[in-house]
Design a protein around this ligand. Sequence first.
Ligand code: NDP
Length: 528
Amino acid sequence: MAAESSFKLTYATMFNPPEEMHVNFENALAKIRANLGKEYGMLIDGKEVFADEKVEDRNPAKTSEILALFQKGNASHAEAALAAARKAFPMWSRMRWQDRVALVRKAAELMDQRLYEMSAVVALEVGKNRMEAMGDVAETADLFRYACDRMEANNGFVTEMGRDPLVGFISTNTSVLRPYGVWIVISPFNFPASLTGGPTASALVTGNTVVIKPATDTPWTSRFIAECLRDAGIPDGVFNFVTGPGSSLGQALITSQEADGITFTGSYDVGMKIYCDFSQGRYVRPTILELGGKNPAIVSRHANLEDAAVGIVRSAFGLQGQKCSACSRVFIEEPVYDQLVPRLVELTQKLTIGDPTERSVYLGPVVNKSSYRDYQEFSAELHRAARVLTGGKVLTEGSYADGYFCAPTLAVDLPADHRLWQHEMFVPITTVASVRNLDEAMQRANDVNYGLTAGFYGAPEEVDWFFDNIQAGVCYANRPQGATTGAWPGFQPFGGWKGSGSTGKNAGGVHYLQLYMHEQIRTLVRRA
Ligand code: NDP
C-alpha cells in the first residue's frame, strides 16, 4: 500500500496511478455489481422518504442494465425538504464553527474510505472511465477539506476592525460573516460527486442548511455523499437529499420562498432560467451559477506540438467531451497547422472506446439517449458544413450495440460564422481551424458568450500575452496534462467569466466560501 499512500490523485497525475488503485477499484466494482437493482429513498429530515413514482438509474454503456431505483420526488417533497432545512438552521448556524468543521472533515474521511465503491458507481452511472471516476470522488473529499481549511485560515471569518477615535468612549468593531439560511444545491450529471459535494460542504461549514437535488441520470453518487454526511453525525434536517425531475421538483425548489440561496451547476439555458425565476422573491438572494463552456486552445507557431497534441486530445475527449471544461475549439497558427492536425487525428484514433469500468478504456458512452441524438445531429451538420477528419458516427457493432457510444470527432474547414463555433455541443466533437496569426486566434477564442477555461501552447514570452487577453476563469499554458481540463481544488480554483458563471469567484479557491455568507458589523461602545 506504500505506493498508493504516497500518490496524490489529481486530474493531472491520474495517467500513472499505482497498481493498487486498479485492484481496489476492481474489488469495489465487483461488490457494487453484486448489489445492482436496489431501491434508494430520499433523505428528508434524517428519514428515508419514498415517492409513489420511481426513476430507473440505467447504465449508459449497457442500457438494458438497471443500476438502481430512485424516487421521482415532486413539489411536496421539495417543500418538506426546505421545511426540514429551515427547522434545523437555528441550531446548525449557532453551533461553533469549529464543530461544523469537525463534522465536515469526518464526512471527508468517510468519503476517502468509500472512494472505490463510490467511484465504481460514478463509472457505472455516468459512463466515466475509472481514473476519471476516482478523480471525481477524491476531488470531492478534497473540496470538503478545502472548505474546512478556509474556515480555519480565516478564523471562522470573524475579523476585528479599526476602533473609532472617540473621546471618552471605547468602540470595538467586529466583522462577522454569517450564513444566509437554507441553501439549494442543484448539480449536473457529469461530475455528480464534486459538483454536488463541493457546494454542499461550502454551504454547510459556513452554517447554512442544505437541500441537494442531483441530476436525474446520476442520483446514486449523490446518495453516497448524503450518506457520508449522515454517517459523520451531521444532525437531521441540516442536509436533505431529494431526487426527481428538474422541471418539476427542481422548479419547485427554485420558486419556493423558503430558500435563501442557491448553487446551480449545469447548462446555460437552465441556469439563466433559474437566474430569472429565483429573482422573483421578496428580495435579491445569492445565486451562484456555474454554467457551460466553449473552451478554446490556441497553438502558436512556436509551440511544442507534441505537448499541444496530447493536451488537446485529452481535453477534447476526456469524459466523451462532456466536461464543462472540454476543449471544443482549437485555433492553430498557419505555419504549424499541417503538422499538428494529422497528429491530433492519430492520437484521437488511438483512444480506446468501450465499457468505462475496464482498465484500458479512455472513452465510455455519452450519458443518455438525448446526448446520443445530439451527437448524431451535430455530426450530420458537420458532414454537411465541414470536413470530418475522424469520427462523425456512432458505434453500434458488437459490444457497442447496447450503449450510447460515439466516435471522438475532429472537424476542420467549418465556416467561421457557423453556429457550431458558438454552441456548447457537450459530446465528443471538437472543431479545428487554421488562423493567420495569434491576434486572430485570440479574437476568435473570445468571440463566444462563454468564458470558462482556455489553453495555450507557445513560447514562454508569449504566455503573458495569452493570460492578459483571454477571457476565461481558468487558463493553462503549455500543459500536456490537459489543454483546458483538469482543475483541482487548491491548485486551480474553478469558475467562469461571462455566460460561464455568475460570481467571478472560483470554487476551491480563497474567495469562494465568502459567497455563502453575508457580513454583519458589530459595533460595541462603552464609556472609557
Ligand atoms: P442541465 O442544465 O440539463 O441540468 C443540471 C441540473 O439542473 C440537473 O439536476 C437538472 O435536473 C436540473 N434542472 C433542469 N431543469 C431545471 C429547472 N427548471 N429547475 C431546477 N433544476 C432544473 O445540465 P446537465 O446535467 O446536462 O449538465 C451539463 C451542463 O452543465 C453543461 O452545460 C456543462 O457545461 C455544465 N457544467 C458546468 C460546470 C461548471 O463548473 N461551470 C461543471 C459541470 C457542468 P434533471 O437532471 O432532472 O433534468
